[in-house]
Design a protein around this ligand. Structure first.
Ligand code: KG4
Ligand code: ZN
Length: 336
């Protein structure tokens, strides 16, 4: 039987991406146009600029994905697109594009949840990973501790009450003058710093032990900087980055370990942009080793926003016959 080839499109934030994925794990192409250079001077993503750049790049990016996969649209079995959560303008560009391709070719259309995509990125390089497993999704917009019951079936165990983990990285990086996007810069600075130099509080959240809160930690960092400025004390940015990163990683790992014990988890997967973080990868690997369970994490190119992960998630919808119609719309706050 010939392979199921899915053309996938992702445009939920500041990456315009397209990919062709065969049978839900074989990445035939994975084209990512990052808009970072357009947003850096503003210190964050400007939605209007992002939407415009998506419109300009989406066709060339899709053409490149088909070319690199040595495909034409006649070789494709379905068109998939992220329809939420994300920024409404950027999402609409991808959704309109995918609907247009599906309408013009008669191909089935599949709407994919962005977070499901991040989790499914783990299937690309780890064919042995199969549900059920637990996952920690940490990105610029999301922090979710999830139980993956089956393909397409997710139970959220814990989530952030305020800032996402990546958002905290970006805001702290900005405060110490490292620029945008802050995560990779904090990661690099932390390698030169002492993680025990400054003791930052670990936020506790009432109600659900698995929930996270990062806004308090962010405020603690800002207060520390203000205090140092007022008293004329010098701050070593590398020590600050390392100490902040340690506080974030510790709370993520503690919650994950608690879930592994309570739910009898046997396989654990990390996902999302922050899953590239060196300390988090090492910390989660150590937790899984201590608990005697398997640990999975995508390569950095599949952690950050990409369309290959959308093609993987879409394959499992395809297999279950879960198709969208032309009423598919962008849903910026799509629930998990
Ligand atoms: O998944 P992603 O590309 O986009 C969203 O869906 O949000 O995640 C982007 C986030 C940004 O906040 C970025 O600073 C963070 O991931 N990030 C990192 C690292 N690489 C990217 N955070 C910490 N350490 C890293 N190495
Ligand atoms: Zn993402």
């Amino acid at each position: 039987m010939s392979k199921v080839k899915i053309l996938a499109v992702e445009s939920s934030c500041d990456e315009t991406a397209a990919a062709v994925v065969a049978d839900g794990h074989e990445v035939l192409s994975n084209i990512i146009y990052s808009q970072i250079d357009l947003h850096t001077i503003y210190g964050g993503v400007v939605p209007e600029i992002a939407s415009r750049a998506h419109i300009e790049k989406i066709n060339p990016v899709i053409e490149a994905a088909l070319r690199e996969a040595s495909c034409t649209l006649s070789d494709i079995d379905a068109v998939a697109v992220t329809y939420g959560p994300g920024l409404v303008g950027p999402l609409l560009v991808g959704v309109a594009e995918a609907k247009a391709i599906a309408f013009a070719t008669g191909l089935p259309l599949i709407g994919v949840h962005h977070i499901h995509g991040h989790i499914c990125a783990n299937y690309i390089e780890h064919p042995d990973l199969k549900p059920p497993f637990a996952a920690l999704v940490v990105s610029g917009g999301h922090t979710h501790l999830v139980q993956v019951r089956d393909y397409g079936q997710y139970d959220v165990i814990g989530r952030t009450r305020d800032d996402a983990a990546g958002e905290a990285f970006d805001k702290v990086a900005r405060a110490i003058g490292l620029g945008y996007p802050g995560g990779p810069k904090i990661d690099a600075a932390a390698k030169r710093g002492n993680p025990d130099a400054i003791e930052f509080p670990k936020a506790k959240v009432g109600g659900n032990d698995y929930d996270f809160s990062f806004s308090g930690l962010k405020s603690a960092v800002l207060n520390f900087l203000n205090h140092a400025e007022m008293t004329g004390e010098s701050v070593n940015p590398d020590d600050l980055a390392a100490s902040f990163q340690k506080a974030v990683v510790e709370v993520l790992c503690e919650h994950a370990q608690m879930a592994i014990k309570q739910y009898g988890v046997k396989d654990f997967a990390l996902a999302g942009g922050v899953a590239s973080n060196t300390a988090l990868r090492a910390g989660m690997k150590a937790v899984c080793e201590a608990e005697g369970i398997r640990f999975y994490c995508p390569s950095p190119v599949f952690c950050t926003d990409n369309a290959a992960m959308i093609g993987v998630a879409a394959y499992h919808e395809y297999v279950r016959g879960n198709f969208a119609d032309y009423s598919l719309n962008a849903i910026p706050n799509l629930a998990m």
